[in-house]
Write a protein that binds this ligand. Sequence first.
Ligand SMILES: CC(C)(COP(=O)(O)OP(=O)(O)OC[C@H]1O[C@@H](n2cnc3c(N)ncnc32)[C@H](O)[C@@H]1OP(=O)(O)O)[C@@H](O)C(=O)NCCC(=O)NCCS
Length: 138
Amino acid sequence: MVTAADTADLRRTVLRGGRPVALDGDDQPAFHIGVYDGDVLLATGNVRVSPAPWAPAEPAWRLRGMATAEGQRGRGVGAQVLDALVDHCRAEGGGVLWCHARTPAQRFYERAGLVTRGEPWDDGDPVMGPHVVMWRRL
Ligand SMILES: CC(C)(COP(=O)(O)OP(=O)(O)OC[C@H]1O[C@@H](n2cnc3c(N)ncnc32)[C@H](O)[C@@H]1OP(=O)(O)O)[C@@H](O)C(=O)NCCC(=O)NCCS
């Protein structure tokens, strides 16, 4: 496990186009994973206890901040991060895993067993692009 601060630079670079912005949700408790090559962070992601909006009474985890450094993608490190996050959620009681997936990453999440729910939407931020809700039971 790593801290939110350990992974913030990579998440800003990959997910915010390098903008020095505050990262939504980093002030809340979450479980962060990092895959390293030596001192270099290759990939990260995090989960936190957070009910799915459509099933507020069920135990649930929200997945956020999935990011693999450019040049390191397609080598399995993102899947390593996601597997470790799933293992953590299961060890802590399981339930529903859900996220706001960027549509270009949809296949990545589908390979991990998540399915879409509802229609994609676009908040109009050209860096963030369109998203779709994805989820699975653990
Ligand atoms: C999405 C992301 C985290 C995936 O990380 P990664 O390290 O490239 O993923 P992996 O190499 O572990 O890929 C795991 C599987 O998903 C597939 N996959 C990964 N990204 C994919 C994509 N964009 N489209 C289709 N398949 C993809 C891989 O081919 C691999 O399949 P396999 O198991 O059959 O070999 C990474 O591409 C990324 O940082 N993208 C930019 C930021 C982003 O969109 N993050 C998600 C925000 S919701």
